[in-house]
Design a protein around this ligand. Structure first.
Ligand SMILES: *Cc1c(COP(=O)(O)O)cnc(C)c1O
Length: 374
């Protein structure tokens, strides 16, 4: 007989898994701003593209379910990435790819993921929400935040529960590239034990450094891609996992039956046409140029300790007093991403490259704020 419990009757949230009850909900920048009572005008916090072209879906009737994996999108992305269609899974953003990997390869309460902080927050979020332990090997700015391969080898020797190793290149929030040679070493080390997941969300800003060649030699390597950054389609929610047919086949069993809505598939296919891809390359190249200008201007400011070399569409900047800078800019309607709480990133703020006007406004306000402090 079921026992009536007043506590859970009043708050059915208490019926949720205890580990889920302990989680802190994701705080979007928009929510943080609302809580602070500010309306942001310049959003340089989410590494979105500052520029985009208008797009519209072709389909007008939606009574039918979509294709489980939209063929045109798969074919075009395969051609763009230089892999075969069987090596691709289309997902709802790169984030769904991360989630699927954890759900497919980690047993809740038993398996673990390995990551190299400071790094992208969703690896830990997906692991934690699915009951997988997170093993951290913190990297150091003195070594360009590169993973310590020997340390990783030791962890993989010592524990057999690590099923996924996440390496982000270019790194978010560091902007650092992991050389393909080093990723190859990690691939050697993980073979037969764990998947090596290489997150290439920003690879369009440095296309020569892709690790896609590793897919030929290592069926356990997975590459994460997205249309959210250089393709200027963060609102579309479309990403990709590239791997061997063996890994993709497993992931297909776990992904929802119709994950990609028809309008998204339409627009993704358009974004992957040869003309749109060359537009994307041009946009990315211009963004890289604005990044260099911003980098030089930031380095000149008092109150800036370091501007780190970045291979993507953002800069990581160490200030003398990041909390003050972040709040003062926020109160002037400029929203950045505070990274101070990540290991080794005390006083660091991540700044997405904006339009020319946005970057100029940021620099003007920053100069004023830093002068006040001096
Ligand atoms: C933005 C980002 C992603 C994926 O974002 P989606 O919008 O879900 O495609 C994945 N990894 C990193 C490091 C990112 O910065």
């Amino acid at each position: 007989m079921a026992v009536f419990c007043e506590r859970t009757a009043a708050d059915p949230g208490l019926l949720a898994r205890p580990d889920v009850q302990k989680l802190t909900p994701y705080q979007s920048a928009r929510r943080i701003m609302q809580a602070a009572g500010v309306t942001g005008e310049v959003w340089l916090n989410a590494n979105e593209s500052a520029e985009a072209e208008p797009m519209a879906p072709e389909t007008k009737l939606f009574n039918r379910y979509p294709e489980p994996q939209p063929e045109a999108v798969v074919e075009r992305y395969a051609a763009y990435a230089g892999v075969s269609p069987e090596q691709i899974l289309v997902t709802r953003g790169g984030d769904e790819g991360i989630e699927l990997l954890v759900r497919t390869f980690c047993r809740p309460g038993e398996d673990a993921v390995l990551q190299f902080p400071p790094t992208y927050g969703m690896y830990a979020v997906s692991a934690e929400t699915n009951g997988a332990e997170v093993v951290n090997l913190v990297t150091s700015p003195d070594r360009g935040w590169l993973p310590d391969v020997a340390e990783a080898a030791k962890v993989l020797e010592e524990r057999t529960d690590v099923k996924l190793v996440f390496a982000c290149s270019p790194g978010n929030p560091t902007g650092t590239l992991i050389p393909v040679g080093m990723l190859r070493k990690l691939a050697e080390l993980t073979a037969g034990r764990a998947l090596l997941v290489i997150d290439e969300a920003y690879i369009e800003f440095t296309p020569a450094n892709t690790a896609v060649e590793l897919l030929k030699d290592y069926p356990h390597v997975v590459i994460i891609r997205t249309l959210s950054k250089a393709f200027a389609l963060a609102g579309l929610r479309c990403g990709f996992l590239l791997s061997s047919p063996a890994v993709i086949g497993m992931l297909r069993k776990v992904i929802a039956p119709y994950p990609i809505p028809v309008p998204c598939a339409d627009i993704a296919a358009q974004a992957l046409s040869p003309e749109s891809v060359s537009l994307m390359h041009r946009r990315a190249a211009q963004c890289v140029m604005r990044k260099c200008e911003l980098e030089v201007a930031l380095e000149d400011l008092d109150g800036v300790e370091a501007v780190y070399l970045s291979a993507s569409n953002f800069l990581l900047v160490r200030f003398v007093d990041a909390a003050r800078v972040f709040t003062a800019l926020r109160d002037r309607g400029i929203i950045l991403r505070d990274q101070s709480r990540q290991p080794t990133l005390e006083n660091c703020i991540r700044i997405t490259v904006g339009t020319k006007d946005e970057n100029e406004r940021l620099l003007t306000e920053l100069e004023e704020i830093l002068k006040e402090a001096a």
